[in-house]
Design a protein around this ligand. Structure first.
Ligand code: ADP
Ligand code: MG
Length: 423
């Protein structure tokens, strides 16, 4: 979306000190930014800078082949987390990047990794051994692993950087086969990777960069001992990266323990709901939740609808009610057949089925472009879960709607929600 050119007055209105405003590279071209970044000031250390002035990917010292793929994909301007994180990672430093949902955190680490690994190869230091990756990305679920490797994919055609996956929900034999060759990048879930490390089937002795993506979700699942093991298997000089939209207590303890010397980049927006998100609260009267949802679903929206419940039982019960009322939906929750779960997500992702009913398992990380509406059939108790659920829509500057079915028990949460609403 083209936005009007930035005037000095607008800068002044936002109280940006002129000395920190970088020059506009090309004054003839109007600034194009995601609308939701418009009023957000990002804090990096003590420096404040103006997010209105977007730069271009060409400012980064990355290989021409990567630049070409970015152009081909229509990606011209980095998002703010990309703008801040890419130079840090290219410079070899460790990083903690906390930025709002849908702000492009994946590419923020994928580009520096691709650049560094291809550069090593170009200088004659190519990988020759089987099962010895140079970059490892740890993800909480199989679906997120597949999503991350898809982000790498277009860049691998020209660079020939090889990305392999070892993800939960697939047989260990498949994992063994996947790593029985030389390759540069490994995308893995923690449990599987610890198993392979314990059995000596994979070596992390040449790892240069280790990334924990969507760290919050992993750490909720008691992942700390696995994280320690994985880090210990890498050389001392490795670079560490952690990306998340929220920071739970356990993520904070991991950061304190392992990221002592890391650069911390936290966008102010990370604590807020995105600007393009609209919120509606509907009161549940006399416990009649389903009739309210039924009416709501009759209102058309563009794109798919994700409906969240808090427990697997609630999830199953709601699916039954929806089916009874003649609606087609798919379910996505823990402790179900992994192949079925994956197929369900695909049906929803491809827009073949418009309703996905889930627990918080689907609240983190999933980048489903077409989600136009999130419904909290049951509101979560924790604000972090609310932020992640709401973050499944209104991604990358698109519009989105979150509808909450509310009872008096939800008052405390809604007070918190009103505080993080975009101003
Ligand atoms: P996060 O991990 O921060 O939640 P993702 O990495 O999943 O976000 O990216 C969200 C969406 O934004 C993806 O569909 C991605 O293609 C898109 N995206 C990423 N970087 C850019 C960019 N620089 N310009 C436009 N879209 C982008
Ligand atoms: Mg992500």
């Amino acid at each position: 979306m083209a936005l009007p050119p930035i005037t000095k007055n607008e800068d002044q209105k936002r109280n940006v000190r002129a000395s920190f405003v970088p020059p506009i590279p090309d004054k003839t071209e109007p600034a194009r930014i995601f609308p939701r970044f418009r009023s957000v000031l990002y804090k990096v250390g003590t420096t404040r800078y103006n997010p209105l002035i977007m730069t271009s990917f060409t400012q980064f010292d990355i290989l021409a082949t990567l630049q070409a793929t970015l152009t081909e994909k229509g990606l011209t301007k980095p998002t703010h987390i990309q703008e801040r994180a890419i130079p840090v990672l290219l410079g070899g430093r460790s990083i903690v990047g906390i930025a709002e949902t849908g702000s492009g955190k994946t590419l923020a680490y994928a580009l520096p990794i691709l650049h560094k690994l291809k550069s090593l190869e170009l200088t004659g230091d190519a990988i020759k051994e089987n099962g010895q990756p140079r970059a490892v990305i740890i993800v909480p679920t199989r679906e997120l692993g597949e999503q991350v490797s898809k982000v790498f994919k277009p860049f691998t055609h020209t660079t020939r950087i090889r990305v392999r996956t070892v993800l939960g929900g697939t047989a260990l034999e498949v994992a063994k086969k996947n790593i029985a060759a030389p390759f540069e990048v490994l995308v893995a879930t923690p449990g599987r990777i610890v198993k392979l490390l314990d059995r000596g089937l994979i070596s992390f002795s040449d790892v240069r960069t280790l990334v924990f993506d969507e760290a919050d979700q992993m750490l909720d699942q008691g992942f700390l001992p696995d994280a320690n093991k994985i880090v210990a298997a890498c050389p001392e000089a490795r670079q560490l990266a952690l990306f998340s939209a929220t920071v739970s207590g356990s993520v904070q303890s991991l950061i304190t323990r392992l990221f002592g010397d890391a650069e911390v980049i936290r966008s102010d927006g990370s604590k807020r709901l995105v600007a393009t998100l609209k919120t509606e609260n509907l009161e549940v009267i006399d416990g009649k939740r389903f009739p309210l949802l039924d009416r709501l679903l009759k209102k058309p929206v563009t794109g798919g609808t994700m409906i969240f419940t808090n427990t697997r039982i609630q999830c199953d019960k709601l699916v039954l009610e929806l089916k009874k009322s003649g609606r087609t939906c798919v379910i996505y929750r823990g402790e179900m057949d992994k192949i079925e779960r994956r197929n369900n997500l695909k049906l929803f992702r491809d827009g073949k089925i418009e309703l996905l009913v889930s627990t918080d398992l689907a609240s983190r990380g999933l980048d489903l472009e077409h989600v136009g509406r999130v419904i909290n059939y049951h509101l979560p108790q924790q604000i972090e879960n609310y932020i992640h659920r709401a973050g499944r829509t209104a991604r990358a500057g698109r519009k989105g709607l979150v509808v909450n079915l509310v009872t008096e028990r939800d008052e405390a949460l809604l007070t918190q929600v009103s505080k993080i609403q975009h101003r």
